[in-house]
Design a protein around this ligand. Structure first.
Ligand code: NAD
Length: 288
């Protein structure tokens, strides 16, 4: 397929490289430059012209809206706009509507799996849009990832992503504060892991991404809390969850508390640039 790829940062760069490896004709645009090995165009509209699919991997919904305004008029009728960024549900739905009005197919397909998953081609895609669009992008999602779940109409991929990450943020905090309570009660961290990881408190944050160094499988905790999944990205996703909760009047007190704690950690403490599991040393250094 002829693919235009817009936004070639930490995630978009390796995703585009995987598409090229599988023989697709990819042209990229990014204002700060395109990684080696990816043919570059000089504007977003340039990569969109004649493309069968335009993929975007951008920082936020505002930038997505402005890029969509440039690419939609340049795209051929029937072409597909596939946004893989994590953005607010409203922006995803507005961009999809604009694309459909112009005779295009539009899909939102945010990812889970991080930079490692983007490099290895093992991302999970949560996809919103029509059955027709899902069938047409399936081949590309299969190259960039290991699983794609069709979640329903436009914006539902973003809805799934922020609900998942709201659980993730709240669960990481619960896991970290429990470790600190266990420490202060004199319980060995390995014993804590052995019990919780096989008991009703188990979770992905405990079992697969344990925030305590030297305990459980290798995780960013074993690498001085270098991300991994950065605390500021967790904060971004939690904020999106709270923006959505407010828009639809959903009561999400744990999501709200998790957002406030990550905001404190990233904006007023030393959380910026650290993995989101560095909440454990944060809680350790505090008293009640
Ligand atoms: P990044 O900042 O490394 O990459 C974003 C790229 O978009 C940058 O290279 C930037 O120059 C480019 N960009 C900005 N404005 C642009 C414009 N107007 N036109 C074209 N390109 C433009 O971020 P990332 O880590 O690659 O994340 C991209 C998206 O993926 C975000 O929405 C993020 O929330 C999501 N995400 C990231 C991770 C992760 O672990 N990094 C995991 C899951 C989802």
């Amino acid at each position: 397929m002829k693919i235009g790829f817009i936004g070639l940062g930490n995630m978009g760069g390796p995703m585009a490289a995987n598409l090229i490896k599988e023989g697709h004709d990819v042209t990229g645009f990014d204002p700060v430059g395109v990684p080696d090995g990816i043919p570059a165009a000089s504007s977003a509209a340039d990569v969109a012209r004649d493309a069968d699919v335009v993929i975007t991997m951008l920082p936020n919904g505002q930038i997505l809206r402005s890029v969509a305004d440039q690419v939609i008029p340049a795209m051929d009728t029937g072409a597909i706009l596939l946004d893989c960024s994590t953005v607010d549900v409203d922006s995803a739905r507005a961009v999809a509507q604009g694309a459909e009005n112009a005779g295009l197919l539009a899909m939102d397909a945010p990812v889970s799996g991080g930079i490692g998953g983007a490099q290895a081609g093992t991302l999970t895609f949560m996809v919103g849009g029509t059955d027709e669009g899902f069938a047409k992008v399936a081949e590309l999602l299969d190259i960039m990832g290991q699983k794609a779940v069709h979640c329903g109409g436009s914006g539902n991929g973003q809805a799934a992503k922020i609900c998942n990450n709201m659980i993730l943020g709240a669960t990481m905090i619960a896991t970290c504060e429990a470790f600190v309570l266990a420490d202060k009660l004199g319980l060995d961290r390995q014993a804590m892991f052995d019990v919780v990881s096989t008991s009703s408190g188990y979770s992905w944050t405990m079992n697969a991404y344990c925030p305590a160094p030297g305990v459980g499988p290798q995780s960013p905790a074993d690498n001085d809390y270098k991300p991994g999944f950065a605390a500021e990205l967790m904060l971004k996703d939690l904020r999106l969850s709270q923006q959505a909760a407010e828009a639809v009047d959903a009561d999400t007190p744990m999501g709200e508390r998790a957002t406030a704690l990550y905001e404190q950690f990233v904006e007023h403490e030393d959380g910026k640039g650290r993995d989101f599991s560095a909440m454990l040393p944060r809680f350790s250094s505090r008293s009640r």
